[in-house]
Ligand binder design. Structure first.
Ligand code: KG4
Ligand code: ZN
Length: 322
């Protein structure tokens, strides 16, 4: 959960407070929705107050309040949206609804406003895996997406199976450091086939391999699994950038914090002579600065969001057709 305040020049992040719930959910091996919304409810006001203090401003100086209206867990979304509307009413400023996926796309532009369109973004989070061509503000072309598990979901499920704990992405990232990425040749589904992804077969393959070879080194499994995911992500992203004639390629979403992905992504961009942009790790995982950035552009484009606009757990990224 996070809250942020910003002034008109969108790139000036005055404060960005992230209150992680990882410790609350770790013993359950994943997010428990009811615990998540209760924790949001308890923390939303203290976190907002801290964000104001760290920004060194009073509430009355805030010019708009943006919040994610989806996609996500409905309980947590409702807490954020209700609090944002209440603050917007109190301060008499616009409320702005932000699509969570659109916000991940904006992380790169927030950190490097010089990036130009068309910008291809590989968005890899716990719930989504998408290749998107940003053709302008609010103009997104969906090039491909996962047909089953998201990349982050695959990391989390494989980590749980290997007994590495939650959240799985950082755990596999760390375990893989002492493993051999070539030890096991895991499948790279749909590698040369379009821009869609599929990770559920890879997950099954990890399970089958470990059951068949119970003495296998966990570090080797983690490193080989990670190498297979990264290989597919990087191969498709660089091909997408070429096809679109992108000026730059960027990463977004929690999995973009992965060390191997970051290294191979930059190597591929250098090889292809295309500008590659990596948001800082804290901008890749969920944070309020990216919500504010997407909200700022949305406010400029479409004006304030009506206060009767609610949260939608299945909200889709608005995309261009054809
Ligand atoms: O974007 P995010 O913070 O939340 C969602 O909107 O889903 O992404 C969370 C996902 C989790 O699946 C987590 O395991 C993964 O990002 N993740 C990583 C790493 N850090 C976080 N995956 C691989 N390597 C990492 N270092
Ligand atoms: Zn996210």
């Amino acid at each position: 959960m996070a809250e942020l305040l910003f002034l008109p020049h969108y790139a000036d992040v005055l404060s960005s407070v992230v209150s992680s719930q990882v410790d609350l959910h770790a013993r359950f091996g994943g997010v428990v929705p009811e615990i998540a919304s209760r924790a949001h409810n308890e923390l939303i006001i203290p976190v907002t107050a801290r964000a104001l203090v760290e920004a060194g401003i009073e509430g009355e100086q805030v010019q708009a309040v943006a919040a994610t209206t989806g996609p996500g867990l409905i309980g947590a979304l409702l807490v954020g949206v209700s609090a944002a509307k209440a603050l917007a009413l109190t301060w008499d400023v616009p409320f702005v609804s932000v699509n969570h996926l659109e916000a991940h796309l904006y992380a790169a532009l927030l950190e490097d406003p010089q990036l130009e369109f068309p910008l291809v973004v590989l968005l890899v989070s716990g719930g989504h895996t998408m290749l998107v061509s940003m053709e302008g503000h609010g103009q997104y072309r969906l090039l491909g997406q996962t047909l089953d598990d998201a990349a982050g979901e695959a990391f989390d499920k494989v980590a749980r199976f290997l007994g590495l704990g939650y959240p799985g992405g950082p755990a596999i990232d760390a375990e893989a450091l002492s493993g051999d990425p070539e030890a096991i040749d895991f499948p790279r589904a749909m590698l040369n086939d379009g821009f869609d992804f599929s990770f559920s077969g890879l997950k099954t393959s990890v399970v089958n391999h470990v059951r068949k070879h119970p003495d296998v080194s966990t570090a080797d499994v983690a490193a080989s699994f990670q190498a297979a995911v990264v290989d597919v992500l990087v191969t498709k992203a660089r091909r997408a950038a070429k096809e679109v004639g992108a000026t730059a390629l960027a990463l977004g979403g929690g999995v973009a914090a992965n060390s191997l992905l970051r290294e191979q992504f930059l190597g591929a961009c250098a090889n292809d002579g295309i500008q590659g942009f990596l948001p800082t790790r804290s901008m890749c995982t969920d944070n309020a600065a990216m919500i504010a950035a997407a909200g700022w552009y949305r406010l400029e484009r479409e004006g304030p969001t009506r206060l009767d606009h609610g949260a939608d757990p299945n909200l889709r990224l608005p995309t261009l057709l054809g």
